[in-house]
Design a binder for this molecule. Structure first.
Ligand code: ZN
Ligand code: ZN
Ligand code: FE
Length: 680
């Protein structure tokens, strides 16, 4: 696979990127030499939290304008002292032309307050460490926004944080001081170690070891943990002999993006944090931590954010197009002068504040590149927040189907422009027939596609509710194949089943769905007895977490031939309830279910390929965050002689949709322009 991994991105390391005037520079983690200075008692930057040099430090998160020069960053209000200035003008100094250069005499400073707003004085770092040891929660302003921080070895502190943040299950990221501490609690291979140490300093999803000192509630029901190494000078200062691991979770309230403005952060987080560690270096562009994992020896970016965004991809088009993404994990993408610039992840833009941050970031990017787009691209779902934003823009709109965008995002990333088979396994996306799609076999290219196959439709009652209350989803599946839910979904009132049943019989608020995400929800509800999920994809992640990898068996399934192929779920679910009846271990059932998806997918790809002659297969969509599924399907296809591609540098989930939208729109515009005038 022709992939530029994170390692290649990190080739930037060692090259002061302020000399690269072409694209917007990314934020870079503290370099080794700055770290040495930070720890050196005799250095003038000893313990100075804003230490950096030409090779490291914030960039994208603090720029107001382009090019990247000090006066265009929020460092413009700090005049360099004599010693800093000398470094800055000395062309053999490491800080020559370092735009964020500063020191304790001239740069930003910390400020510590409690959650009543009272300013505290003393050694602020020392005091913060004491609070952390006492089990307190501190909102810390980092590079791209606020983190909520507590001691990751203190179970009580974590449970208070979970309570206050109203986040009962979603895994919390952990920062460790060094790689050895990470290896004590997780398995780390060479690529994972490189990713952890790369200048991006992302959260890396790692397999958790069995007996570890960290509380189970950090990532309940999961066998993975998200770990990262310190990113800024400030991060390093929290660690000492008593603090080895810190919870570092985004400082936001649920549904909103990361807080990055001091007053707003205080207002939003004062009910969660006991203390606030501010600093007076302003953040212009909110940006979360990036999240990556290693799959089949390759780094895959799950959340494209700090250190990577904006991600620039060459795309053969002279158009100026802005694409706005979908509804969840929203990003935007700007095509300009043959480059698609993919933005960082925004949580969602369905609330006022997040929408403002998103629109401000778009406006800033347009200003940086001094461009006005001629077209705006959105999803065919006109109710999405991003589609409404597009509607209110003056540019001509181009609509792109969700799963076509997933397929095209991968094609753009790997620079492929020909007919492919796209297997798109996803949560929710509106189909051309108004059903919810998400278990799709597409055949097409960047500009167009046809639906060659899909998973059988199920009629899901109250779709939006069923996404969270997954027992409702399971009920809809079981009812469709005449299996009693009473027996297989425990602890739900009979009356609730009756209400659903009558709603389905009367076709009240029912949605046809071929979504693979919903099938996973259903199976997870049956196998793990999860009724309600509190974060996106929780049911699927927990189901993947219990797979017994020694099991090679699978359930029966049926591929129905018609206008389009359909893989039917009926036999699969019947096999599962039969195994539940036989008290088969749920780790075995989970493995067999996953194997069934893999085998049926391989079989249908072969059918479609033998008819179309296409041997190139794209795998995309959020369900492919499931590593077992992704590696099983890709290995199976490769074994059978297919060329298999999936997103690695850009998110395989909805974070990559805006890039796909750009690729589709650019291809369509190119085709339209190639059509001779007299045939239009
Ligand atoms: Zn440095
Ligand atoms: Zn100075
Ligand atoms: Fe999607």
């Amino acid at each position: 696979m022709q992939i530029i991994s994170i390692m290649k991105i990190s080739k930037l390391k060692g090259i002061p990127d302020n000399k690269n005037k072409g694209n917007i520079p990314k934020d870079i983690a503290l370099c080794e030499r700055c770290l040495e200075e930070l720890k050196d008692k005799n250095n003038r930057r000893h313990n100075y939290p804003f230490t950096n040099c030409s090779y490291c430090g914030p960039r994208y998160s603090i720029i107001n304008d382009f090019p990247y020069d000090r006066e265009n960053t929020t460092m413009n209000k700090y005049a360099q002292c004599k010693m800093c200035k000398d470094e800055y003008v000395n062309n053999i100094n490491r800080r020559f032309y370092a735009q964020t250069n500063c020191c304790p005499n001239c740069g930003p400073v910390l400020k510590l307050i409690d959650n009543s707003g009272k300013t505290l004085s003393g050694n602020l770092i020392e005091m913060s460490r004491i609070y952390l040891k006492e089990g307190k929660i501190i909102a810390v302003k980092g590079i791209g926004g606020y983190h909520l921080v507590c001691n990751a070895e203190n179970e009580k502190a974590i449970s208070i944080l979970r309570d206050r943040k109203k986040r009962p299950h979603k895994p919390l990221a952990v920062m460790a001081e060094n790689i050895d501490s990470i290896k004590e609690i997780c398995y780390v291979n060479e690529q994972e170690e490189q990713a952890l140490k790369s200048h991006i300093r992302p959260i890396v999803l790692l397999d958790k070891k069995q007996e570890i000192s960290l509380p189970y509630i950090l990532a309940p029901n999961l066998n993975i943990l998200g770990l990262m190494l310190p990113n800024s000078a400030l991060d390093y200062l929290f660690f000492d002999s008593d603090i080895k691991y810190l919870v570092m979770t985004s400082g936001n309230i649920s549904g909103e993006g990361i807080c990055y403005e001091d007053d707003y952060a205080f207002d939003r987080l004062k009910g969660i944090a006991d203390y606030f560690l501010y600093n007076n270096r302003e953040i212009t562009t909110p940006i979360d931590d990036s999240v990556v994992k290693v799959v089949c020896n390759e780094v895959m970016v799950s959340r494209l954010a700090r250190g990577i965004a904006p991600f620039d991809i060459a795309l053969d088009s002279e158009e100026k197009i802005l694409a706005l993404g979908a509804e969840q994990k929203v990003s935007f993408c700007l095509l300009h002068k043959g480059y698609a610039h993919l933005s960082q992840y925004f949580n969602a833009v369905d609330n006022l504040k997040s929408r403002k941050d998103y629109l401000d970031t778009i406006a800033r990017m347009l200003r940086f590149y001094n461009v006005k787009s001629d077209y705006v691209v959105c999803d065919i779902h006109t109710g999405y927040s991003t589609s409404i934003i597009a509607r209110d823009m003056s540019q001509e709109r181009i609509f792109v189907q969700h799963h076509h965008a997933h397929m095209a995002s991968c094609m753009a990333e790997i620079n492929l422009d020909e007919e492919v088979i796209g297997v798109i396994y996803d949560g929710t996306g509106l189909g051309l027939d108004n059903a919810v799609w998400g278990g799709e076999f597409l055949v097409g290219n960047r500009s167009n596609f046809k639906r060659a196959g899909h998973w059988s439709y199920v009629n899901i009652q109250g779709y939006d509710k069923a996404v969270k209350k997954i027992w409702r989803c399971a009920f809809s599946y079981l009812y469709s194949i005449k299996i009693s839910s009473e027996k297989y979904i425990k602890g739900i009132n009979l009356a609730d089943f009756k209400i659903l049943e009558s709603a389905i019989n009367n076709s009240i608020n029912c949605t046809a769905s071929s979504s693979m995400g919903r099938l996973f929800d259903c199976v997870s509800a049956l196998v793990k007895q999860i009724h309600t999920v509190s974060y996106d994809a929780q049911a699927a992640i927990e189901l993947e977490s219990i797979i017994d990898k020694r099991v090679s068996g699978c359930y029966q399934y049926e591929i129905i031939t018609g206008n389009t192929y359909r893989i039917d779920y009926k036999k699969i679910l019947m096999g599962i309830v039969e195994d539940i009846d036989k008290d088969i271990d749920r780790s075995v059932i989970s493995a067999k279910f996953h194997n069934t998806i893999i085998n049926s997918t391989l079989e249908l790809v072969k059918k479609i390929s033998s008819e179309s002659g296409i041997k190139k297969v794209i795998l995309s969509g959020g369900v492919f965050e499931n590593t077992y599924l992704l590696s099983g399907i890709s290995k199976g296809l490769i074994k059978d002689g297919y060329d298999v591609y999936y997103n690695t540098q850009t998110p395989i989930n909805d974070g990559g949709i805006s890039l796909g939208q750009i690729a589709v729109a650019a291809a369509r515009l190119k085709e339209a322009k190639n059509v001779p005038c007299n045939t239009r």
